[in-house]
Design a protein around this ligand. Structure first.
Ligand SMILES: NC(=O)c1ccc[n+]([C@@H]2O[C@H](COP(=O)([O-])OP(=O)(O)OC[C@H]3O[C@@H](n4cnc5c(N)ncnc54)[C@H](OP(=O)(O)O)[C@@H]3O)[C@@H](O)[C@H]2O)c1
Length: 280
């Protein structure tokens, strides 16, 4: 019986997607560099080892694609994978892309176009993840250690989305291949939210005092580098904060509702679900 391959299957979006697809009766293979011995449908997959692409795709007719993470030039690794996806006869391909295009990552746009040119190819352009407020993301680590959101984005807004809603959107597309899908969806939460608003919500709901620590783009880049991010990726992520400050990333859509039949979670609901994060 054909089934799904979920790359990034152990990550924030992928692991929820795996559960949703399995609950929907879709045989689902979890791709990971370290596949779980306890899961007979776990398979080794490493973007840096193209010999793992074919065996992972064998017998699948749908794929969730999480491109190489923290990489400003993913196309050289993804392009050969896409060729194998086509050869395998995959009929639905859903890529986790980003609403924000990193300033020094032009190949991400070309990669999205290549995905959309595949049979059943869909790109989910996800807004900033609410899960960035959970450790080990540097944003969350800083809140935990210093009680502050450190940002260069001022009070610019982002349409923060819960990764669980991205997974639900992807599941709708992958479980029901008859869905009359578009090739591009902007996936956001219900409304735009600034970092100062996020700090207020966390404080009001959990009692944890969270203040703002406004830094320059250069200081933010240095902090990201110090957290272990590759230099080019850290610099690009900090540069995005300037765009957020200018209001250029303040966009929301109704795609989650259209795809899943239910509205996306609000940040307050996300905080309630993860209250333990701020009380320990
Ligand atoms: N955070 C945001 O605000 C945001 C916004 C928009 C888009 N995105 C995009 O979301 C994606 C990340 O998704 P996520 O947050 O759900 O994942 P995640 O929690 O960051 O987990 C990363 C996943 O990638 C896998 N992985 C890492 N290196 C790999 C490699 N060399 N080969 C194969 N797999 C590898 C990991 O699997 P193993 O460790 O098990 O191998 C894991 O499943 C990124 O592409 C990012 O650009 C993020």
């Amino acid at each position: 019986m054909p089934g799904a391959l979920v790359t990034g299957g152990t990550g924030k979006t992928g692991r929820t997607l795996v559960q949703l697809l399995r609950n929907a009766g879709v045989r689902t293979r979890v791709a990971s560099r370290n596949p779980s011995a306890a899961d007979p449908d776990a398979v080794r997959f490493d973007w840096n080892d193209p010999t793992t692409y074919g065996p992972a795709l064998d017998g699948t007719d749908r794929v969730f694609l999480v491109p190489p993470v923290e990489n400003v030039d993913p196309l050289p690794l993804v392009e050969p994978f896409l060729h194998q996806v086509q050869r395998a006869g995959v009929r639905r391909l859903v890529m986790l892309g980003s609403a924000i295009v990193l300033p020094n990552a032009p190949s991400a746009v070309e990669m999205a176009a290549q995905v959309q040119s595949q049979p059943g190819g869909v790109v989910l352009r996800a807004s900033g993840f609410m899960q960035n407020f959970l450790r080990p993301h540097p944003l969350a680590e800083h809140i935990h250690r210093h009680g502050a959101i450190r940002t260069a984005a001022g009070d610019g807004k982002v349409g923060w989305v819960d990764a669980r809603d991205i997974a639900a959107s992807a599941a709708a597309l992958l479980a029901d291949q008859g869905t009359n899908a578009r090739s591009d969806y902007l996936i956001t939460g219900p409304h735009g939210m600034s970092y100062p608003q996020a700090a207020q919500i966390i404080t009001a709901q959990t009692g944890r005092q969270v203040r703002m620590e406004c830094v320059s783009e250069q200081e933010q880049a240095a902090a990201y580098r110090a957290s272990g991010m590759p230099t080019e990726f850290a610099d690009a992520l900090a540069a995005v904060e300037h765009r957020i400050k200018e209001g250029r990333e303040d966009q929301v859509s109704t795609a989650v509702l259209q795809l899943t039949g239910r509205p996306p979670r609000a940040f307050s609901e996300f905080i309630t679900d993860h209250a333990y994060e701020w009380t320990q």
